[in-house]
Design a protein around this ligand. Structure first.
Ligand code: SF4
Length: 124
């Protein structure tokens, strides 16, 4: 019984840590995207994304609309949004930003974070 309790609690703790880390990454990446210039690493990563079939373009309202429609699934899977159905791939238009249809990340924010990777291992 103790073993079961331990493993259950550890599972909850590790999910909590993953959720905390995911929220922290989202916050840090988005702040850095606002205040710092792109580095060589980011430019290389974004160059790969620009040629990828999973690149999509959303403006803030469009992306938040998707988040709102999928609020429960996003909340439960915030540490791994790849499990949700892919975002619709949309063409560039004024005001839109680069997102990944697989991981659902805002790519200028994700590219800032060294420990964040392409879900398909296409970027360094
Ligand atoms: S993160 Fe990977 S899968 Fe997503 S757009 Fe960039 S290269 Fe494509």
């Amino acid at each position: 019984m103790d073993g079961w309790m331990m493993s259950c609690c550890q599972g909850v703790l590790s999910k909590s840590k993953a959720v905390y880390q995911a929220i922290k990454n989202i916050a840090v990446g988005n702040v850095l995207a606002q205040v710092s210039s792109p580095t060589e690493m980011e430019e290389k990563r974004l160059a790969v994304c620009r040629t990828c079939e999973h690149l999509t373009w959303y403006d803030f309202a469009g992306y938040m609309g998707w988040v709102g429609k999928n609020a429960r699934k996003v909340a439960v899977n915030i540490d791994n949004l790849t499990v949700l159905p892919e975002l619709e791939v949309k063409e560039y238009r004024i005001g839109a930003e680069m997102f990944c249809s697989v991981c659902k990340c805002r790519l200028v924010a994700k590219a800032k974070l060294k420990d964040q990777n392409c879900p398909l291992n296409r970027c360094e």
